[in-house]
Design a binder for this molecule. Structure first.
Ligand code: UGA
Length: 346
């Protein structure tokens, strides 16, 4: 099989490329602006890596869409801070560029495995979100935070419509807060980071951890290895079981509040980062002050994973404690390896 991965040096992309090379005999074409996370595999004869911008390299991208058996378009801006500060950039990349890829897949007759997001459920009140039953609840237009969720939702609808018309073979997956050492790495990224990366950067810099609106919001954190295992099964598509499906890919057992997360990460950082007791203080900040007036939060977000379990026999294995510990250990190792000024090893 020939897999084409756009955004291959990102958190999910780099983990996926490494797993494909380690565990399958598939060939990969890949493109990204940077290649640091793929340094160890970039010369692998089964990987064709193109260093470049998908927006500038559209002809090359289209040629690989035509050549591949399946396309995984992972290029997107996935940090809520950017949804609020630069919504048009989110729209242009996350929506417009991916719409182009979806259309090119339909034209070429190439299967697409599309990364949507748990964000599409928005402020859904259900205890656990079900792919074809839960309402997708987004806020008013002035709350610009929802531009990413709206973009992903409309792309799902376009893909679904192409699929219903027999014009596109697809699987959509919705990751639920996948985490690992290299999430939003490096931590000094100018456009802000997702919560795990933000808290880890706070800990490394010995600055206060900021809990938005008291930190009662809950997420279910999914360790990246579990997510990638599911993604490999989706790509493999044994007996066509992933065909035309939308799957939540998350770990409902790993639910925790942001306040609990802050305490757990601070404790783990004391053990593995050896940064000196008691670690930075945990402070509260309003969502408006932290993100700006266009922010609105998701109070809880838990997936039902019955559908993906039935179709592919997948279920997550890594519990919350282990997921957080592996994340902290890997993060500290990365900083040490780079000799990062953020982290003066004890
Ligand atoms: C994220 C992003 O929208 C996408 O990356 C992704 O599609 C989706 O989740 C997912 O991974 O499933 P969210 O979980 O709200 O959305 O993003 P985070 O930035 O990780 O924030 C999680 C919670 O932590 C929010 O309630 C936020 O207000 C809070 N937070 C964030 C803090 O309390 N302190 C911080 O320093 C940062």
């Amino acid at each position: 099989m020939h897999v084409f991965v756009l955004g291959a040096n990102g958190f999910i992309g780099s983990s996926l490329v490494r797993a494909i090379l380690e565990r399958t005999s598939w060939r990969i074409s890949a493109i990204d602006l940077t290649q640091d996370k793929l340094a160890a595999v970039v010369d692998d004869p089964r990987l064709e890596f193109e260093l470049g911008d998908v927006v500038e390299r559209r002809e090359w991208v289209d040629s690989r869409i035509r050549a591949a058996d399946v396309v995984v378009p992972l290029v997107a801006i996935a940090t809520p801070g950017t949804y609020v500060r630069d919504p048009l950039r989110v729209f242009e990349l996350t929506f417009a560029e991916n719409l182009r890829v979806v259309r090119a897949c339909a034209d070429a007759g190439t299967r697409i495995v599309f990364p949507s997001s748990s964000e599409v459920y928005g402020m859904c009140p259900d205890e656990a979100f079900v792919e074809d039953r839960s309402q997708l609840v987004l806020g008013p237009i002035v709350k610009q935070r929802w531009i990413y969720a709206a973009s992903k939702q409309l792309l799902e609808r376009v893909i679904w419509a192409h699929g219903s018309a027999g014009q596109l073979r697809f699987t959509v997956f919705r990751p639920f807060n996948w985490i690992g050492p290299a999430l939003d790495d490096p931590p000094s990224k100018a456009d802000g980071s997702r919560v795990i990366a933000e808290f880890l950067a706070n800990l490394a810099r010995r600055e206060p951890i900021r809990l938005v609106d008291g930190g009662r919001q809950k997420r279910c954190f999914t360790y990246v290895d579990d997510g990638i295992e599911c993604l490999l099964r989706i790509l493999e598509n044994r007996e066509g079981r992933a065909e035309g499906q939308i799957f939540n890919v998350g770990n409902p057992a790993n639910e925790c509040s942001m306040a609990e997360l802050a305490v757990a990460l601070r404790r783990l950082f004391l053990v593995h980062g050896r940064t000196g007791s008691p670690g930075p203080e945990i402070v509260e900040v309003s969502g408006q002050a932290f993100y700006g007036p266009g922010y609105e939060d998701v109070e809880h977000r838990k997936p039902s994973i019955a559908r993906v379990h039935t179709a592919l026999g997948w279920e997550p294995r890594v519990g919350l404690d282990e997921a957080l510990e592996r994340t902290v250990v890997g993060y500290v190792e990365n900083l040490r390896r780079r000799g990062s000024p953020l982290f003066a090893a004890g």
